[in-house]
Design a protein around this ligand. Structure first.
Ligand code: SF4
Length: 365
């Protein structure tokens, strides 16, 4: 494996090696880690217990932050969304979104795992233009760290529910989880880290072998295969039955109840008969269900469900003793849907006559 090229890709061991290779004492690794993770300092010049020469060396050779903040939105409910740009080595940059959702005692970081998304769900802004690349473990951790610097208090939870299919970028996501969970890193408990997937059975089984038992969320969104394939193109690769079997194995191995995510789309999957089918699925698995109201995306043909339909859907499930919650909509007065800010920014740059070099215009292949 090649050496990390930026701070957030390191663990204490590799950082000590980096220090040794660059003429710094081994304990400098612990000092740098303390500055960044404990004190929230990313500017080497402020790391006052390191010598001036060492601070300069770090500034020149060990980037702490790789991304730059292109846009920030703050919603009236405190939700904050960042559009981050990542250099790709060719002079261009690709962008991803990351969101901080404060709620009572929790501060949840919703991070992206890929640039764009290969799954191309028909209702999703992130999937509209396909995949433009993977994020490294370091860039995933950086998102959570940046969000931890906003406002009061540290990030308490991380959900892989931003752009991308996390299990399609398994190694980077696993590396990021290791740092997010580590006591020397962000120290976030495994239970408070959620990986959300459209359901890749092989990768779910790979996650069983991963030593940190995170919470697994399955983006189901339809209670039968034909409808699911219309909404989620990758549903063609595995049936609901095959995915549920892998989820059951995950529960058996980790003891972690599975969360079924169900995005309600008006008139598409929000009828009472869909709820009855979903209830049947839910009785085959140790799970809870999160109902999510769709946030409309310009250019996509889906609508937000009516409140009465959402409540009827929930009541149908509850009458069958299913543990179901309606997820509160957050950040509705900013571009709430995943991928929307990135897309909106790209559209704006195009309308304003971008010169083709703009990061916001970077197009997926
Ligand atoms: S909903 Fe998730 S998996 Fe589907 S296209 Fe959007 S980011 Fe990808």
């Amino acid at each position: 494996m090649s050496a990390p090229t930026s701070f957030f890709g390191h663990d204490p061991t590799s950082l000590r090696t980096w220090c040794a290779d660059h003429g710094l004492p081994g304990f400098a690794a612990d000092q740098i880690i303390d500055w960044v993770y404990t004190k929230g300092v990313s500017d080497p010049a402020a790391m006052s217990n390191l010598s001036k020469d060492h601070r300069m060396l770090i500034a020149e050779t060990l980037p702490i932050l790789e991304g730059s903040e292109a846009r920030r939105q703050v919603a009236s409910d405190g939700t904050r969304k960042l559009l981050l740009e990542w250099p790709d080595g060719s002079g261009r940059a690709a962008s991803t979104e990351t969101v901080l959702i404060p709620a009572e005692t929790r501060r949840t970081a919703c991070v992206s795992s890929q640039i764009g998304c290969p799954v191309r769900c028909t209702f999703c802004a992130s999937g509209m233009e396909g995949l433009d690349g993977n994020l490294t473990a370091s860039r995933i951790v950086e998102q959570a760290w940046r969000l931890g610097q906003l406002g009061d208090g540290r990030v308490t939870n991380v959900v892989f529910m931003g752009m991308g299919e996390p299990l399609a970028n398994f190694s980077a996501v696993a590396g990021a989880i290791t740092t997010l969970n580590a006591p020397w890193g962000l120290g976030i408990g495994a239970r408070r880290i959620t990986v959300s997937t459209v359901g890749l059975p092989k990768a779910i089984r790979r996650l069983i072998a991963f030593p940190i038992p995170v919470t697994l969320a399955l983006s189901l969104h339809a209670p039968e295969d034909a409808l699911r394939r219309q909404l989620i193109p990758w549903a063609q690769f595995a049936t609901i039955g095959e995915i549920l079997a892998a989820c059951s194995d995950y529960f058996e191995a980790t003891g972690r109840e599975i969360t079924l995510e169900y995005l309600l789309l008006r008139g598409v999957n929000d009828r009472v008969h869909h709820a009855k089918q979903l209830a049947e699925i839910a009785t085959t698995l140790r799970c809870n269900i999160n109902l999510i109201r769709y946030n409309a995306v310009e250019g996509l043909p889906f609508e937000r469900p009516l409140d009465e339909d959402v409540h009827a859907f929930q009541a149908t499930l509850r009458s069958r003793r299913i543990n179901v919650h309606i997820r509160a909509s957050r950040g509705r007065d900013i571009t709430a849907a995943c991928g929307q800010l990135r897309r909106e920014t790209a559209v704006q740059v195009t309308r304003e006559g971008g010169d083709g070099e703009s990061p916001a215009e970077a197009k997926p292949g």
